[in-house]
Write a protein that binds this ligand. Sequence first.
Ligand code: BJW
Length: 229
Amino acid sequence: MYQQIVILTGAGISAESGLRTFRDQDGLWEEHKIEEVATPEGYEKNPQLVEQFYNERWQQFHNGCIEPNAGHDALAKLEREFEGKLLVVTQNIDDLHERAGSKRLLHMHGELSKGRCPRSRQTFLLREPFGPDHTCTCCIPAQRLRPHVVWFGEMPIGLDRIQHALDSCDLFIAIGTSGTVYPAAGFVDTANHHGAQTVDINLMPADRHSQFQYHLQGKASELLPKLVE
Ligand code: BJW
């Protein structure tokens, strides 16, 4: 029935794997100031503090108990079985979608497992937490790697590809995202504009709730397996 599906995921899909969201009760922004840890200015002022913020999340990841949940699995199954085109655009920097088996996947806010050269923008896989010794091998003199993430005021990754997919999708589903951060929060408008059906899946009505045609309220890990069946 559908030919091209775009799925946008946010922190809510990983919440049931044990990762904290940003804006819920007990979310990351309750303990950290956004301007200190999620802006280029914050990083310039205090790189150690920002590295510590990402290192703590990196450690949580590498202690081996964070696994994809049934929501991630359902999206990977959908990709395997769907005969049309499908793109999962995630705002999450965790690797739970790829570990569940998703391949047509774009990390628009970067990846926790990588560092990036600030000069060449080349990315490097991190085998251990960040530190001043993490430098690139692409420049002379070698540059200190920064987290490969998108902070406020920076351009998200892959916007051309996302725009292209949204322009021609006939189904857009947003899962576990509060709809407060742009440009991701505006994707529903583009999809609506192109005549797609738009669905949001969330524990509770999100900020741009009224822009969606259909709503499924509940846990992503419970709703997605039923939807994909
Ligand atoms: C469940 C669930 C369960 C829980 N099941 N659901 C004024 C107006 C408009 C825009 C701007 C403005 N001033 C500045 C801007 C731009 C700014 C912006 O949007 N600011 C707003 C806050 C106002 N945006 C930017 O700066 C972006 N860049 C940009 O705009 O570039 C210029 C540009 C110009 C033209 C075109 C395009 C671009 C960059 C934004 C970067 C965001 N970075 C972060 C950090 C990334 C690294 C990291 O992880 O540390 O990205 S911030 C943080 O928020 C992170 C997330 O990806 C992002 C979104 O959060 P998300 O995923 O929605 O999580 P939560 O916690 O907010 O919500 C969780 C949801 O899940 C809740 O709704 C729960 O109910 C639900 N949930 N459990 C289902 N089990």
